[in-house]
Ligand binder design. Structure first.
Ligand code: 0O2
Length: 233
C-alpha cells in the first residue's frame, strides 16, 4: 500500500519513483538520499507546532482577560519542495540539505491573521519576549510598507525542538497581518499569476492604491474599537 507521510505532506514513494525515472538510480539508493531532506521537513513541521502552541496560549489568555480573540486565524505551511529548490536556485545557493537549513528563513512559515493592528504588535512583543526562543530578524512592512503596498510584520524566530536524541534549533518565519492586509495579499498573490496583462504598471499602481485604502480602514477600525473600549460611544 502506498503511504503518504501526512506530517510532512510528501509522498516519499512517489518522489523516489519520480527521481528514479529522472536519474535511473536504484530506489533504495534514492530513498536513502532523500531521507535527510524529508527529515529536515519533519523538523520544520515540529518547529511550527511549537510556535502555534505559543500563539494559542497567548490567544486564550488574552481572550479570557479582554473577552475577545486577538487572533482570527493561524495558517501554517512547510514550503513545497519545488518552491524550496526554486528559491535556492534563484538565490544562487548550492543545493544541499545543509545549505537549505543555513540559507532559507522561510521553509517553515506561520501566518497569524489578527483582528486589529494593535493586536499584531501585542502578540509579536509577547512572543518575542519568551525566553526559549530568539528573534533573529524583524521586517516591519506595516511601518514601512513595500513599494507595491504590501503590509505585514515578519519575524524570523529561532526555536528549539526536542527530538529523541538531540535538541535542535529551527528557524520559522512568522507573518502577522490584519484580516484586511491578508485580503489584499491573497488577491495580490492571485493576480501575480495572471499572464499577458496588458498594462502591468497600471495594475501595480491600482493595487498600491487599494493597499493604502485598506490601511486607512484598519486605522479607522482600531479607532472605533478604542472608542468603544473607552466608553465614548
Ligand atoms: P509563499 O508562497 O508565501 O511562501 P528573505 O531572503 O526570506 O529575507 P524574502 O523571501 O524576499 O527574503 O522575504 P520577504 O520580503 O520577507 O517575503 C517573504 C514572504 O512574504 C513571501 O513568501 C510572501 O509570503 C510574503 N510577501 C512578501 N512580499 C509580498 C507581496 O508583495 N505580496 C504578497 N502577496 N506577499 C508578499 P514567498 O516565498 O514569496 O511566497
Amino acid at each position: 500500500m502506498k503511504e503518504k507521510n501526512e506530517l510532512i505532506g510528501i509522498d516519499e514513494a512517489e518522489t523516489v519513483a519520480l527521481l528514479r525515472q529522472m536519474t535511473g538510480d536504484e530506489p533504495v539508493e534514492l530513498s536513502k538520499r532523500i531521507r535527510p531532506f524529508t527529515t529536515l521537513l519533519m523538523q520544520y513541521r515540529c518547529a511550527i507546532r511549537e510556535i502555534e502552541t505559543k500563539l494559542h496560549v497567548l490567544n486564550e489568555e488574552f481572550s479570557l482577560e479582554h473577552e475577545r480573540n486577538p487572533i482570527e486565524l493561524i495558517e501554517s505551511r512547510v514550503k513545497e519542495p519545488a518552491s524550496i529548490l526554486e528559491k535556492m536556485k534563484r538565490k544562487g545557493y548550492e543545493l544541499s540539505v545543509k545549505q537549505i537549513e543555513e540559507k532559507l528563513n522561510d521553509v517553515a512559515g506561520v501566518r497569524v491573521i489578527c483582528s486589529f493592528v494593535e493586536d499584531i504588535y501585542y502578540l509579536a512583543s509577547m512572543l518575542s519576549a519568551q525566553d526559549d526562543l530568539e528573534v533573529l530578524k524583524v521586517k516591519d512592512y506595516i511601518k514601512r510598507p513595500k513599494k507595491n503596498g504590501y503590509r505585514s510584520l515578519h519575524l524570523i524566530i529561532q526555536i528549539p525542538i526536542f527530538l529523541s536524541s538531540e535538541k535542535k534549533y529551527m528557524r520559522v518565519e512568522v507573518q502577522f497581518r490584519t484580516i484586511a492586509m491578508d485580503f489584499w495579499a491573497s488577491l495580490d498573490h492571485k493576480l501575480k499569476y495572471k499572464k499577458n496583462v496588458k498594462n502591468p504598471e497600471l495594475i501595480v499602481e491600482e493595487l498600491r492604491k487599494c493597499a493604502d485604502t485598506i490601511s486607512k480602514v484598519d486605522v479607522r477600525m482600531q479607532e472605533i474599537r478604542n472608542m468603544i473600549e473607552e466608553g465614548n460611544i
